[in-house]
Design a protein around this ligand. Structure first.
Ligand SMILES: [Zn+2]
Length: 127
């Protein structure tokens, strides 16, 4: 699987994810063969809105990444456009994270490698 378009997007300050160019099924990272229509190598990259919801999460109690002192959340965020992305969350304590919580992407184009984290959407409680 080639995620270079995703990394290039982060460097440009955009969250680029993929869907099947044949049937539109969201998939990130894109599989070689679409699980819905079986089309091969049909990934179509696009820039997502950055809006999503927490689909699931866990709290890591060991530090695996510099800059993420334990405990820290590792979450699966379902983007508004459908793809799910594994990420971390900022701006809230691990006790305050809820499945279904609205979040928004925060792209750090200048870190090496560039990365995306998610934070609570400011007006998320109103949705
Ligand atoms: Zn497909």
């Amino acid at each position: 699987m080639d995620v270079q378009p995703h990394v290039d997007g982060l460097r440009a300050g955009e969250l680029r994810v993929a869907r099947c160019g044949s049937c539109g099924t969201p998939a990130f990272p894109p599989p070689r063969i679409c699980p819905r229509c079986a089309t091969r190598d049909a990934a179509e990259w696009f820039t997502a809105s950055g809006r999503g919801t927490v689909w699931s999460f866990a709290v890591f109690h060991k530090t695996y990444l510099a800059g993420h002192p334990a405990p820290y959340p590792v979450a699966i965020v379902e983007l508004a456009e459908g793809p799910r992305i594994i990420t971390t969350l900022t701006g809230l304590t691990t006790a305050d994270i809820r499945v279904g919580q609205p979040v928004i992407a925060d792209v750090d184009a200048h870190s090496e490698p560039p990365r995306v984290v998610f934070r609570p959407e400011p007006d998320g409680a109103a949705r």
